[in-house]
Design a protein around this ligand. Structure first.
Ligand code: FAD
Length: 471
């Protein structure tokens, strides 16, 4: 309380002095979170003629998990690398449905390139280069059988199982480091958790609705953004097309602490004490944020909602970027490293490649799931040492130099995300998804995790579904 308002501190202030109040900003709709879902929800409202909304975002820019960061040290120019999403997964087949992200990319002239995950691939183990592409080919067939099995179970009305059970029923029981690394590349690298931790049916849905044209998917291409404006440019440029130039519809640097909801409306209290109120609110915060109680709901969310929130998993997918004074690695786009320990620094991608960022000296390795959470507890120096030891094993005849730059984000610890994207565990029932999406009176929910077809690793348009009801 400022001293001039506090009668106990300053007796000259008359006792009748009005109590200090923080002005409440009123809007028709508050959109909580300025990621892609929040932006598209705002666009939907705008198109419906409702312009009295405010996007409330804690970060200093829109885009959410779409985050490009400058990376690299002299003598190389610094380049933008994507610590969040990188690929448009499934683009369009002639005459077929277009992935809405692909549409945005075309509209805003995103520079991207086809990324050949399956044909431009080198393989290594702890002794160096090792050709196990035949084993890898087998793992592609195993994954194909897995998705077919999931479809059969849905058709027969059978219950879900883990993807591990599905693999085993299909006869796939990887027993060697080569087979386990190949399976990891097919599965964990997409779902950010192991087959044991993932739903058979839901993981296959995600795959089919994205890649399989006969199941309503877009195409089997993965298009990688190499745009130096950052992948986020498609979200941010789209937003500037309809948001008021005055900036009144967006509050940046505004961290929500409390969401009070009632039959009359929704009131939001920010970390700095400012308050906003509205007739409706649409919460697009990540599943991880909801799970972690970073935001307090008053009254508490009902039991059915809390059960749904806690039943899904916010998985972690971490890219570790390294820059070296010269390129000493493979000329393919991708590489698999098969360690004795499943999932230990398995998937490598060269950015210093003619199709991507040639001459950049950059390579990155991706880790997922529990291993990704584990490295967040280590220091940068410890992780760098582990990664370098793997590179030395992969390239025994090379004197692997010290990197000129090294970086990885800590998605799991980040209070605005608490992980990278959602994954369905085998115990997740379909009803949980309905409950995750369900509104509580005037408080609506959207975002990546609330999408039945595209939860997890595909950019989400969940906001569209809920906002129709709001309008
Ligand atoms: C490492 C990684 C790799 C990925 N790879 C791909 C890929 O290649 N292709 C693909 O299609 N998808 C990928 N994804 C998934 C994709 O990024 C997400 O599905 C999508 O960005 C989710 O958008 P959203 O708007 O639902 O959520 P978010 O982007 O999380 O938006 C929610 C917003 O809420 C804000 N927020 C959180 N808490 C608060 C608070 N208390 N107060 C105010 N604001 C708050 C956050 O800052 C954020 O901006 C990846 C994600 C990650 C992290």
């Amino acid at each position: 309380i400022p001293a001039e308002f506090d009668v106990t501190l300053n007796s000259r202030v008359p006792i009748s002095h009005p109590a200090p109040t923080v002005p409440i900003k009123k809007a028709k709709v508050l959109i909580l979170g300025g990621g892609l879902t929040g932006i598209i929800a705002a666009r939907t409202l705008h198109q419906a003629g409702i312009t009295d909304f405010i996007i409330v975002e804690a970060r200093t820019e829109l885009g959410g998990r779409m985050q490009s960061v400058p990376f690299g040290r002299s003598p190389f120019p610094r380049v933008q690398v994507e610590q969040g999403p990188n690929w448009i997964q499934g683009t369009q087949t002639p005459g077929g449905n277009a992935n809405p992200i692909f549409e945005l990319a075309k509209k805003h002239g995103l520079k991207s390139r086809f990324n050949d995950w399956f044909e431009s691939l080198s393989t290594y183990n702890a002794s160096g280069p090792a050709d196990f592409l035949d084993v890898f080919g087998q793992s592609e067939d195993d994954y194909e059988r897995l998705t077919v099995l999931a479809g059969t179970r849905v058709d027969k009305g059978l219950v879900d199982t883990s993807a591990r059970t599905g693999y085993s029923l299909g006869g796939a029981k990887p027993a060697t480091p080569h087979a386990r690394a190949s399976e990891y590349y097919q599965f964990d690298w997409e779902y950010a958790q192991t087959p044991d931790q993932s739903s058979l049916i839901a993981s296959s849905w995600g795959n089919n609705y994205t890649y399989d044209v006969t199941s309503g998917g877009f195409s089997d291409d993965n298009q990688m953004s190499i745009d130096q404006r950052g992948f986020k440019t498609i979200a941010q440029t789209e937003a500037t097309e309809f948001l008021a130039p005055s900036g009144r519809q967006v509050w940046l640097g505004a961290t929500v602490r409390t969401v009070k909801h009632s039959r009359e409306g929704v009131q939001v209290v920010l970390a700095d004490g400012r308050e906003l109120s509205a007739d409706y609110a649409l919460c697009t915060f990540s599943l991880g944020v909801l799970q972690h109680d970073d935001v307090i709901f008053e009254p508490k969310l009902p039991d059915f909602k809390q059960e749904a929130i806690q039943s899904m998993v916010m998985a972690t997918y971490t890219k570790i970027f390294l820059q070296f004074p010269h390129k000493f690695w493979f000329d393919t786009e991708m590489a698999i490293y098969a360690d004795e320990q499943r999932g230990r620094y398995t998937v490598w991608q060269s950015l210093d490649h003619s199709g991507f960022l040639p001459g950049s000296g950059i390579i990155f390795v991706t880790v997922t799931g529990d291993f990704a959470i584990r490295i967040e507890t280590l220091s940068n120096a410890q992780v760098q040492e582990e990664v370098l030891s793997v590179l030395r094993a992969m390239f025994p005849s090379v004197l692997v130099p010290e990197p000129t730059d090294f970086y990885f984000p800590r998605w799991h610890a980040n209070p605005l995300f608490r992980g990278s994207y959602s994954n369905w565990p085998p115990s997740f029932a379909s009803q949980h998804l309905d409950n995750l999406r369900a509104n509580i009176g005037r408080l609506y929910f959207a975002g990546e995790a609330t999408s039945r077809k595209y939860f997890g690793a595909s950019l989400r348009f969940g906001g569209l579904v809920c906002i129709v009801e709001v309008t």
